[in-house]
Design a protein around this ligand. Sequence first.
Ligand SMILES: Cc1cc2nc3c(=O)[nH]c(=O)nc-3n(C[C@H](O)[C@H](O)[C@H](O)COP(=O)(O)OP(=O)(O)OC[C@H]3O[C@@H](n4cnc5c(N)ncnc54)[C@H](O)[C@@H]3O)c2cc1C
Ligand code: SF4
Length: 501
Amino acid sequence: MFVAYDQLNDRLGPLATTPPDELGIVLVEAPAKARRRPYHRQKLALVLTNLRHFALEQAARGVAVRHVVADGDYASALAPIARELGPLIAMEPAERELRQDLAPLVANGALELVRHDGWLTTPEEFRAWTGAPPWRMDAFYRGARKARDILIERGQPVGGRWSHDVDNRQPWKGSPVAPIAPRFAPDEITDEVCALIERTMADHPGALDPGALPATAADAAALWRHAQDACLPSFGPYEDAMSTRSGTLFHTQISALVNLHRLLPREVIADALALPDLPLASREGFVRQVLGWREFVRHVHRETDGFRALPGQTPTRDADPSILGADRPLPPAFWGARSNLACLDRVVAQVWATGYSHHITRLMVLSNIAQLLDVSPRALTDWFWVAYTDAYDWVVEPNVLGMGTFAAGDVMTTKPYVAGAAYTARMSDYCKGCAFDPKRTCPLTRMYWAYLARHHDALAETGRMVMPLASLRKRSAAERAADAEVFASVSAALAAGEPLA
Ligand SMILES: Cc1cc2nc3c(=O)[nH]c(=O)nc-3n(C[C@H](O)[C@H](O)[C@H](O)COP(=O)(O)OP(=O)(O)OC[C@H]3O[C@@H](n4cnc5c(N)ncnc54)[C@H](O)[C@@H]3O)c2cc1C
Ligand code: SF4
């Protein structure tokens, strides 16, 4: 059996159902895949050290393991093994890129794909629960909750509401104390992996921090234990908060391990449901992320061939949609050049230091500012793809193209997520250390109005934009001219890599 780099769990698929002494697995390291994009070095180390530890863990339980370092792609690494041993099986890869890579082997019978046992819902269920596009997460999530009988009482949602989002919008003022994730003592395998990456991927960006790498199944369990004990109790209320005092707050930081299947979605949901005394807002909030959003974006990616075949739009070869015509390059500030926008500089620094930032910083700082600058959605997607340790095509493309930039219109969200300084000032303490004042001088507010003005016609049919567009129309001509001027000068300075004055 071929086990892909993101299927590293023996409680999954054929690995779970075949006795270890009857099982042989092939694991492939493909340096060419690592070089395909300038991936953050922490991500490369995370994937590689987990793959190598998984090989040893499987060998230790009696599975025959063949660990291959490929010269080229996955198909050319597996073809000779299939010729030698006979046809292989594999769980269908989550990643479109890997499915494409393996397609010739599937076509010639050298590889048989079986269902990926890690997903919690099927494409048929997605279609039944959401109907025709545009697709809505709420409808999908209600369907999934009912079908799996999760937080349901007598056919109704526990607590009387499907979503407790409205209770989950509190800023964080420093209390309760934000937890700090556990560190992991690197063993000789992690050390070897880090040395390999330092040596062979020296041109890749991002800091390598071996002590922040959960590498074994036990490390993954320890991180998840920490998340249950220290993060989940306050997860819900502070889900949307941002802070200079904690870049992680009460977020679990499990996404990279869930996407590698070191942690299983069904198990983290079951564990969260079993936690005694977990407030409903946190319990439901966490279930919505994993059963709702995570599954939903995967289905949208599948239905749209990774945003290349969108309903009602002309297919694009490279998933480069932008209904708003946004086509500017990503400014150097995303690669670490100082912008003087404290929110942007802080989150970018965190990402290059760790390969992580939480959801609201991804959406309301990075994606928001990129949208206000009319950055090409594809350019932003590619940046997220290389910068985050949890990024793979099936999850990064819908999140950035669908949610973060409205590139495909209302296909999966009801409006673009754009805001001026008021949102950041309310939900974070970033503004306190900023060169700008959120009420008077922050350029993001004028850029927000300039965005609405530029895209007025394209957004006029978007229901949830009616109010903001009505407010825009009340702005005087002088205000609108000043908005456009700020957009032009900020865009020019950031494009040149200059800090804003
Ligand atoms: C612009 C943008 C880009 C993103 N890119 C990625 C990405 O490349 N990879 C990725 O895994 N997530 C991505 N997300 C979704 C989400 O931000 C991350 O899953 C989350 O921040 C991971 O941190 P966490 O484990 O602490 O999550 P928590 O806040 O603790 O949430 C728990 C879990 O819910 C799941 N989850 C929550 N929201 C989503 C979502 N929208 N899509 C998929 N899973 C979700 C994750 O498995 C996560 O670990 C993106 C979101 C945005 C807005
Ligand atoms: S004042 Fe504006 S640029 Fe500065 S941190 Fe606040 S929102 Fe960001």
